[in-house]
Design a protein around this ligand. Structure first.
Ligand code: ATP
Length: 305
């Protein structure tokens, strides 16, 4: 459905996106993940035709966006994190205004607005949008984007800064859209949230593609690596017994260390050696490898600021 090939974007001396290629299949939920400044929004803006790439090609349903932009635009709706809904209008007025811009016939617009406001829990909101919470504004922004029933929905950081109720609502909606065959492309720092919905992941760091695969494959690929939480007042001493090819300390908080373990048996021997030398371990616990752990292994960085 969306094919990105050799995409590059330079801003003066900065290479914001460096030779990135990926493909998004119809009806899948595809996520661009990466820390601040990785290049995610730049890629989205190019896909939406809001920004010209320095090099590369984007095809949507076989149409090149550089030559068929109008047709391509009619297939998709986009909601940027920075997008604003009109503050001096109510939710209903915002939706009616947008329905006019989309040229929806009056009757269709009325029922679609009713349906979408219901879906997003905004039906009884008669107050001006300026009095809405961030979550309500975000929900209204997405509801508005869904008015023309787009084949592709693009969401830039859809759940950043939202209350848990709005986050769950948006997550469920994304899954519903997938069931209806809509293709969803989203960016996020919030790996834990993305993990609950995503089919395919492209991990971007410093404008480069570090990993691109189905979520399932990424998990399988890295499932040999284990994550262990170790508690010991002698953590620094214990580390001397663990060579880097066996396990690495990923993070430490006081006497609690998180290790990525590459060779389990050897790791356990190393811990045994440490204990044999009088070091006390108060807790050993294996944890499941998350998408965030995979990201850290790939980039050495955490996703959040
Ligand atoms: P965030 O999660 O913070 O939105 P991002 O992954 O979306 O980050 P981009 O906004 O695409 O990243 O930015 C990628 C890089 O390009 C950053 O270093 C940013 O400072 C730079 N950049 C973005 N827009 C411009 C611009 N108009 N002019 C110059 N540099 C820019």
């Amino acid at each position: 459905m969306i094919k990105v090939e050799g995409l590059r974007k330079e801003y003066a001396d900065l290479v914001a996106v460096n030779d990135i290629s990926f493909e998004i299949k119809k009806g899948e939920i595809f996520s661009l993940l990466g820390p601040n400044g990785a290049g995610k929004t730049t890629i989205l803006r190019i896909i939406c035709g809001l920004l010209n790439p320095t090099a590369g090609q984007i095809k949507i349903n076989g149409m090149d966006i550089s030559t068929d932009l109008a047709k391509v635009k009619s297939l998709m709706s986009v909601v940027f994190d920075s997008d604003t809904v009109y503050e001096d209008l109510t939710a209903m007025e915002n939706m009616s205004f947008a329905a006019n811009l989309y040229n929806l016939p009056t009757r269709e617009a009325k029922s679609r607005i009713k349906e979408l406001l219901g879906l997003f829990n905004l039906v009884d909101q008669n107050k001006l949008v300026r009095n809405f919470s961030k979550g309500m504004k975000q929900r209204l922004g997405i509801a508005r984007a869904l008015l023309p029933n787009p084949q592709i929905l693009i969401l830039d950081e859809p759940t950043t800064g939202l209350d848990p109720q709005s986050t769950v609502l948006i997550r469920d909606l994304i899954l519903d859209l997938k069931r209806q065959g809509t293709t969803v492309l989203l960016t996020s720092h919030n790996i834990a949230e993305v993990e609950k919905v995503v089919d395919t992941v492209a991990i971007i760091d410093h404008g480069e593609l570090c990993a691109y695969d189905s979520y399932q494959n990424l998990h399988t690929q890295y499932s040999d690596s284990l994550k262990f939480e170790i508690e010991s007042f002698a953590l620094a001493e214990l580390l001397k017994f663990v060579p880097a090819e066996v396990a690495v300390l990923q993070s430490q908080e006081e006497n609690r260390g998180i290790f990525y373990v590459k060779q389990l048996q050897k790791f356990l021997y190393c811990l045994g050696d440490g204990m044999g030398n009088g070091l006390v371990i108060t807790k050993i616990q294996q944890a499941q490898l998350s998408l965030e752990d995979i990201f850290i292994q790939l980039t050495g960085r955490e996703l959040r600021d």
